[in-house]
Design a protein around this ligand. Structure first.
Ligand code: ADP
Ligand code: MG
Ligand code: ZN
Length: 556
């Protein structure tokens, strides 16, 4: 099929899906695939990855194979495509022998355009034998991060995909993921032998999501008030433990909301039913651990609440990404307290040293994010190596309700001087002690009480200085030393500032200390997640930053 003319592609988009515009770089991606080239797509959740293979499937001759990890999702997508009048089918373990025979016949007759296959099914010899007889247009690998052990959802069967599809002859492959970490990206490309593929990275900015962090005080009361304001709307509430999930789901039901719990400890049937009830709008709210969500395409999720502090910004971004997939309003509300952080740290205590250190650093990122007065969007994007330059995003608490500002020029100068005089080898707490003149064992053993900066900031408390240092870091006058985890170094920008200081405005922090009230007392364990190797994570983050620079990211 020829789609050379500029508007032909758009016409087909309108005809089949009823959309009048491509989003972001969908069109470029689709053209690349139609040109028969291997294509690697990194696009945030909800941005519209599926279309990048669904439309080409309609335009190319032959059968497009889509490898997708979850049986529930497959059905969801196939139903959707059928509703568009596209002949899509799926092949997985739920089909009977008879159904499989019929499916095979239809595929060989060329009636089927789009076939969703579970990796387990693909890895069967009989599947490959039959697919060899079919004219395959291309292979799409959705949720491609499942290939990587570094991702948040590793599936061993995904690692065999390459070998399997090699049997089918030569055809283009498109791999898609929303995972932003470069480590995972490289892993995917290597495993699929797609190093030469054209890579399309979309901006991770989700313009329609509103980000807000609130002190975790009287949380249940706050939550119920929030939900009353959004009564009848669809939303997800994330909690860190199964126990908390049950407790909150119950609380909401008692208060007249339609909510269901979701966590890995539930009977699979119940879990599935609760998920379906949510998707079918039998219930408005799903209260869940992070077990909930991958690939769930509920376009009208209007809010995502984090009742507990998430363990990493990466996770936070993915989870909030489930809001507002239809491009309309999405409120992302996080309750945050120092208590929560300490609790999480405590649970990390028994981990092996490296893992514990990694988890600690992820938490520290979280802490910076939650407490910082800087635009949330800017911070999140910065975390993924993207610079957001707009002064005011208009869609986060820090931009909409800016905190009180003060002239921080001298404070920043003192911080940078302290970093310099301690030879750029220390982290936040030690720097604060030196600035405030607190003579603890480290100050003693390093002889830092002799420094010119020692005690120069004694009139302000530790929280003040922590906040100043965090802001100095966020504004990139300081940077983290990749080779020495936790240590802060002066960045190029910081050096320039020291040579020729200019006025810097800083903001007052919120109060995130919580009295330990009864509801936060429970000692329930957070669910376990795989720890990232943060050192690599950090190095690769820098790499992504470089990639982002070279590729000049297109807007979402
Ligand atoms: P993801 O990137 O997370 O896989 P999906 O492919 O599930 O995202 O798409 C998210 C939503 O965006 C879906 O509801 C889809 O129908 C919608 N969508 C995708 N492309 C477009 C477009 N060009 N115009 C309007 N809506 C779109
Ligand atoms: Mg998807
Ligand atoms: Zn903002």
């Amino acid at each position: 099929m020829l789609v050379e003319e500029k508007d032909a592609l758009k016409e087909r988009l309108k005809e089949i899906f009823g959309y009048s515009q491509f989003r972001g770089n969908q069109e470029t991606i689709i053209r690349n695939l139609l040109d028969g080239k291997n294509t690697f797509v990194i696009m945030p959740t909800g941005a519209g990855k599926s279309l990048c293979y669904q439309l080409p499937a309609m335009l190319r001759e032959g059968l497009a194979i889509v490898i997708s990890p979850l049986i529930a999702l497959m059905k969801n997508q196939v139903d959707q495509m059928n509703a568009y009048g596209v002949n899509a089918r799926f092949l997985n373990s739920t089909l009977s022998k008879g159904e499989i025979t019929r499916l095979k016949k239809d595929c060989m007759n060329g009636v089927v355009k789009l076939l969703y296959v579970a990796p387990e099914s693909l890895n069967k010899e009989e599947t490959i034998d039959f697919l060899k007889k079919v004219n395959v247009a291309f292979v799409a690998i959705d949720e491609a991060h499942c290939i990587s052990e570094w991702g948040h959802d590793f599936r061993p069967e995904y690692r065999k995909i390459k070998t399997m599809i090699q049997n089918l002859g030569d055809m283009p492959v498109i791999a898609l993921t929303a995972t932003a970490t470069p480590k995972v990206q490289l892993d995917i490309q290597k495993n699929l032998q797609m190093e030469e593929a054209d890579v399309f990275i979309s901006s991770f900015n989700r313009k329609n999501l509103y980000y807000e962090v609130r002190p975790k005080k009287e949380t249940k009361k706050q939550l119920i008030k929030f939900l009353k304001d959004h009564k009848g709307k669809s939303g997800v509430i994330y909690c860190l433990s199964r126990k908390k999930v049950e407790e909150i789901a119950q609380l909401l039901n008692v208060n007249g909301f339609k909510a269901a719990p979701y966590h890995a400890g539930l009977d699979p049937d119940v879990r599935m039913k609760n998920q379906d009830d949510f998707l079918n709008e039998e219930v408005d709210i799903i209260v869940a651990t992070i077990a909930f969500g991958m690939g769930i395409d509920k376009p009208d999720v209007r809010f995502v609440v984090h009742y507990d502090v998430p363990k990493s910004l990466e996770g936070y971004y993915q989870e909030t990404g489930r809001g507002g997939r239809d491009g309309l309003e999405g409120l992302c509300l996080m309750f945050y307290s120092h208590n929560d952080l300490n609790k999480l740290e405590k649970f990390n205590k028994d981990k092996p040293v490296q893992e514990r250190e990694n988890a600690r650093i992820l938490l520290q990122e979280m802490e910076y994010y939650a407490e910082s007065p800087v635009c949330r969007r800017r911070q999140l994007l910065h975390y993924f190596g993207e610079e957001y330059t707009q002064e005011n995003c208009g869609m986060c608490d820090n931009c909409v309700h800016p905190r009180e500002r003060f002239d921080g020029t001298e404070a920043v100068k003192l911080v940078l001087q302290t970093v310099k005089q301690t030879n750029e080898r220390f982290g936040l707490n030690h720097l604060v002690n030196v600035i405030r003149g607190v003579e603890d064992e480290y100050v003693k053993s390093y002889g830092h009480f002799d420094l010119a900066v020692y005690g120069k900031g004694a009139e302000e408390d530790a929280d003040y200085w922590k906040s100043v240092i965090r802001q100095t870091l966020i504004y990139q006058y300081l940077e983290k030393d990749i080779d020495n985890i936790g240590a802060l170094k002066i960045s190029e920008r910081g050096e320039k500032f020291l040579k020729k200081p200019h006025a810097i405005e800083l903001a007052r922090d919120h109060d995130f200390t919580t009295e330990v009230d009864e509801e936060e007392e429970s000692n329930d364990k957070p669910v376990n997640t795989k720890a990232y190797d943060v050192k690599l994570f950090e190095i690769l983050k820098t790499l992504r930053k470089k990639m982002a620079k070279e590729k000049s990211l297109p807007p979402y």
